[in-house]
Design a protein around this ligand. Sequence first.
Ligand SMILES: [Zn+2]
Length: 267
Amino acid sequence: MGVENQLPYKEGLKIGDRDKNVILLKNFLFQPELLSGVPSETLEIFDENTRKSLIEFQNSANIPATGNLDSQTLEAIWTPKCPYGDTDVAAFTKILHTGWPKNTNLTWAILANPGDKMGFVTSAINFAINEWKETAHVPINFSQVSMDNAPVITVEFDNLKVRMEQEKQPWDNTMVAVTLLKGFKGEAPRRTMQVIFDGLRPWTSSGASVAITKAYDLFANMAHEFGHVCGLNHSQDASALMFPFRKNGARFCKLDDILGIKAMYGI
Ligand SMILES: [Zn+2]
């Protein structure tokens, strides 16, 4: 992970302050082209543009818009996020695609062998599928196939920033995984989905806090991404598995997720 991926860590910074952490904050908030060529003594200053941009971030993260780098803001910056952004409806999980015909057999495969992670990635996928089937009763069957058998769902680890640039999708440092919808969106048999995890990030099978593990919980993030596979978009309910800000250990379908599946599949 390069310097450009470092996140700010110093609590309490506000407009007028000068600190190296302000550079990290600006790297987080702004596109690189806005910062290139600016001398570091200028970058170190917490200016009005930084305050405005931080307020936009605080609004998007549903935390108080203080304009300061307070503890809640630091926590939000350090909370990994899934990049489907629009959570503008209250409560109920939004729909990402029109769902799959009931009892569809969705085939999946792991693309780009993640090496020594293979066993733990397979366990995380099986956990995610089981959670959506057993808790939310999604009426879809899943089966693992090899890449030669044209799987509908592929799961892979790659440089997420590069992939998002290729897809012309927005990217910021909090994004750790994404599910991309491919093929003709309105017609289930021709639809495929790519679940991409940032291979540059540390991943863990532990559900303990990221402050302890210093790595992201693959089971929590896999379960969230498989919610997208089932057709759900993000929820504004912070307890839901489909809430875009992901916490280690938050691996399970909650009421809002179950209601989303029920509405979508009419069950
Ligand atoms: Zn998501």
